[in-house]
Design a protein around this ligand. Structure first.
Ligand SMILES: [Fe+2]
Length: 304
């Protein structure tokens, strides 16, 4: 569904832009950088056109939207997800309960942090030709305290760069590859291995892509840094040594607190996050508790 422009509250800037006005849903920004808690919406039922329009506006503006107390079935989860686009499988992420188009992030109470991938800031699956637009994730079980997911607004990171670096990045492309993740994982000791999907039908060609270092929103034209260390194989035409120093600088950007928000998970919390213009990371600051999140993935456009 496309987002038509809706009125803005003049003078209130949040997430780097004027706050839209909402009349059908409650919208409470989480920080000044990104994220909003949405109230007055029951995800087990189809949404009216007016509510849908405001939910999509909130998603585009805040990049991550959160709904509490959504005790929904897997089919209701998928039906809600489809308002954002077409669901896609992922080659590497473990699936949930036999649903090829659902993934899970699961760490059992006895398991080490290493069982879940990427505890540093990253964007998911950038090696795909059309990486995910967003994820719709629901908590089945969350630690009593801790286990939040942090997000960083990469539009804000881009907008604060100097004109010189913006100019350099505008010409750069990044090579991302997921081809070697299984064999790299197999080399690790058993207790250090990631939980990966066993098999998939993606071709080798679909596991490596070259994408722009600055990504542009196809509707608004707003730009964001689109560089992450996950699956990073270098800037196109640069050696890995040359690439590494610039990557280190850019990979540090999402750590700035002024770009971030955090989602505190509770059972039946549902979030939708934009995987194109946010980076995220799970925070494993808890022990001896189970954390179990399930999600759908919506296919995105080829990055421009
Ligand atoms: Fe991730």
């Amino acid at each position: 569904m496309s987002v038509e422009s809706i009125p803005v509250k003049h003078g209130t800037i949040v997430a780097g832009r004027e706050m839209p006005e909402f009349s059908r849903i409650g919208v409470e920004p989480i920080t000044g950088a990104c994220g909003a808690e949405i109230s007055g919406v029951d995800l087990s039922k189809p949404l009216s056109d007016e509510v849908l329009r405001e939910v999509m506006t909130a998603f585009e503006h805040f990049l991550v939207i959160m709904f509490r107390d959504q005790d929904i079935t897997v089919e209701q989860h998928k039906a809600f997800s489809r308002i954002f686009g077409e669901l896609t499988e992922l080659p590497q992420a473990p699936t949930y309960a036999g649903h090829a188009d659902m993934q899970e992030v699961r760490r059992e109470a006895h398991e080490p942090v290493s069982v879940v991938p990427f505890t540093k800031f990253h964007t998911d699956s950038p090696f795909l030709p059309r990486p995910p637009l967003c994820m719709v994730m629901r908590a089945l079980e969350a630690p009593k305290y801790g286990g939040d997911t942090a997000f960083a607004n990469m539009y804000l990171a881009y907008e604060e760069l100097s004109e010189g670096l913006k100019e350099t990045l505008s010409r750069l492309k990044v090579v991302y590859s997921g081809k070697d993740i299984w064999c790299q994982n197999a080399k690790l000791d058993k207790d250090k291995q990631l939980r990966l999907r066993e098999g998939h039908s993606f071709t080798e060609d679909q596991l490596e892509s070259v994408h722009p270092a600055v990504r542009t929103h196809p509707r608004t034209g707003r730009k964001a840094v689109y560089v992450t260390g996950a699956y990073f194989k270098g800037f196109e035409g640069w050696s890995m040594d040359d690439s590494r120093s610039l990557l280190d600088y850019l990979a540090h950007m999402p750590h700035k607190l002024q770009y971030q928000c955090r989602i505190r998970w509770k059972k039946d919390t549902v979030i939708v996050w934009d995987n194109r213009f946010l980076q995220h990371c799970g925070i494993h600051d808890y022990q001896d508790e189970r954390r179990h999140l399930i999600r759908t993935t919506i296919i995105g456009e080829r990055p421009i």
